[in-house]
Design a binder for this molecule. Structure first.
Ligand code: UDP
Length: 326
């Protein structure tokens, strides 16, 4: 009997590195693939040397390395977290973002098919676009602008979902699809450009606090350990042909989030208002009834606790010499 192996594509990223740490904690052997486009070397350093961990630098847009396909006989689980997820970063190379989701996901699905492995796709709340239905349930089909600057990500993920469900319908691979809502926590990239990392890093340094638009748009923020609980539970569940929302349903405006960060850090930095990015969703909140019913999962870490932990981590991180923090 050979040892089962779990493949995590995008495993050096923010959520991916937390997921791998959890899998290693439970004794799994993990092969991490990452092109290091948006990942942090320091995330990898936390994993390297741990028993059962192996890293291969690879881009899933390209044919999978022989070192990966050679392991097909042992791979039983594939997590696909590979894709830049922050709007400013995924828009830098939109063709690559789209191809990562379509071509890359297809390569992993083919590997799942040949390995007889189960694949979990991390999709996104962005499949709902700028939603007319609130909160968002999984059967809402979304309002995405397919010609806008977010389309490379939104439509790429929608195509990836379509591919995954087609593989499942045709009996080619077992799939699970999670739709991740905004997630935050330690190990985010300080330059990631997302609201939580931006606001905290600005508050902890001498930079202005940037609010886009009037700050009245809403988001719902899930702490990363809750997200990892949901992903591992979904992977091992019997939920097949249904996408599952995973996120924290506590909704707040971006301005309210900034107020929390200001109170927590005691910053006196100026708050400045910048133009709202094109197609920025006005509101977003997951309906997590399905995850609750099918996985027995719901978030456990509240915003105050999560933000406190995240601020503490960023404070240490920003104090570290630049090279070590890269
Ligand atoms: N945002 C902001 N200030 C920032 C970064 C983002 O006000 O420095 C806003 C952004 O316009 C959006 C929300 O915060 O309305 C969440 O943005 P983020 O990039 O984190 O993720 P999104 O949910 O848009 O994918």
């Amino acid at each position: 009997m050979t040892n089962p192996l779990t493949l995590v594509a995008g495993g050096a990223g923010f959520v991916g590195s937390h997921l791998i740490a959890r899998l290693l904690d439970q004794g799994d052997e993990v092969l991490c693939l990452d092109n290091l486009q948006t990942a942090r070397a320091s995330n990898l350093r936390l994993l390297e040397g741990r028993p059962g961990f192996r890293f291969i630098k690879a881009d899933i847009v390209d044919p999978l390395p022989q070192a990966v396909t050679a392991e097909a006989g042992r791979i039983t689980r594939i997590y696909n977290l590979a894709c830049a997820a922050s709007p400013p970063l995924y828009q830098l190379d939109p063709e690559h973002t789209m191809m990562t989701n379509v071509v890359g996901t297809n390569r992993l699905l083919r590997l799942a098919e040949s390995a007889g492995a189960r694949l979990l796709l991390t999709s996104t709340s962005e499949v709902y676009g700028d939603p007319e239905v609130h909160p968002q349930q999984e059967d809402y089909r979304g309002s995405v602008n397919c010609t806008g600057p977010r389309a490379c990500y939104d439509e790429g993920k929608r195509a990836a979902e379509a591919l995954a469900f087609d593989y499942a319908r045709m009996g080619r691979a077992e799939v699970r699809v999670a739709r991740l809502f905004n997630t935050y926590g330690p190990h985010m990239h300080p330059e990631d450009g997302r609201v939580v990392s931006n606001l905290i890093c600005q508050a902890l340094s001498d930079r202005d606090i940037t609010l886009y638009g009037d700050g009245s748009q809403t988001r719902s923020f899930c702490y990363v350990s809750d997200m990892v609980d949901a992903l591992t539970a979904l992977m091992e569940s019997n939920v097949g042909m249904e996408p599952v929302n995973v996120g924290n349903p506590v909704e707040l405006t971006v301005k309210e989030l900034a107020d929390h960060v200001v109170a927590l850090t005691g910053t006196r930095n100026k708050v400045v208002y910048l133009p709202l990015p094109v197609d920025d969703p006005r509101r977003r909140r997951p309906d997590i009834s399905r995850a609750k019913a099918l996985l027995g999962w719901e978030p456990r870490v509240g915003l105050a606790e999560g933000l406190e932990k995240t601020c503490a981590w960023f404070a240490e991180e920003l104090a570290r010499p630049k090279m070590a923090a890269a």
